[in-house]
Write a protein that binds this ligand. Sequence first.
Ligand code: WQD
Length: 334
Amino acid sequence: MKRILVTGGLGFIGSHTVVELQNEGFEVVIIDNLSNTTIEVLDGITAITNKKPVFFQIDLKNISKVKKFFKNNKIDGVIHFAASKAVGESVNEPLKYYENNITTLVYLLKEMQKNKVNNLIFSSSCTVYGQADELPITEETPIKPADSPYGNTKQIGEEIITDTTKISDLNAIVLRYFNPIGGHQSILIGELPIGIPQNLIPFITQTAAGVRECLSIFGDDYETPDGTAVRDYIHVVDLAKAHIVAMKRLFTKNNKEKIEFFNIGTGKGSSVLTVINAFEKVNNQKLNYKIVPRRVGDIASAYADTTLANNELGWKSKLTLQDALRAAWLWQEK
Ligand code: WQD
């Protein structure tokens, strides 16, 4: 039975990926420093799969802990989620982002190399493309200078991994996520925004629940069908499943290059107003919202061309925006 290390495995995408890994018969070891999640997520995972993952509370900035972990644990593959991911926060605290997202990646890769762990799935983001000149976004769409330190850490992370695959036995698959939303149908795990939510869906569900007074729509003067910004919202369970397919591709040595990149989205763009209307309809709610000026750093429109992931990976999103908005609301109510 292959043993997979999932760093950041108690996070939003990490926890949903751990569930799918266990469903597929993989043994899972989680490293998480609990800086942006709670230990209760481990109970949620265990309640869903009846298999408690091995858990180490380790901060990957502590290189001696990382060394010790790899010395004591046989690992066949790594899925690396652990990173800070708030775009706005990264603008105000760049060094926190470079330290937490880049230094830890270097430590992880060094110890993987030393211990001959040669299979890596890396959590990247459509943020690396910035505002693409042409839509939909393919893996060939030019990478533009990052709009935020967060986006820059993803670009640099991809380059570090690329360079490492050139001089070692490392094989990697980089998954560039679009906008992950929703939660598990068991309602035992979901998106746990700690503090004021940065992302749209948690803000919508908290407004509907009365936790937030009013949702602000950041701008309705974009060059889009209804003036509000467009994104490709992908159900987190579909996204989780893409990691399993990618991991298996490496284990069966079906990868065509030592490093491969895939856009993981639905291929469909939805505007903020479309999402709000869909949320109200599917959950029979009335949302209180107002239009405010654009948020600095936001792009107008991004959605994926998923041809490569569909044809090459053999993965396609199956769940709908409505499924995700339903799951998000049930999680919020709980
Ligand atoms: C979505 C849309 C906002 C909140 C970022 C990162 C990406 C990933 C997801 C980490 C935008 C609008 C939002 C609100 C709003 N994170 N919005 N009112 O910015 O597309 O992507 O988060 O991996 O890498 O770049 O996601 O959910 O913040 O915003 O109008 O209260 O909703 O303007 O158009 P974003 P988001």
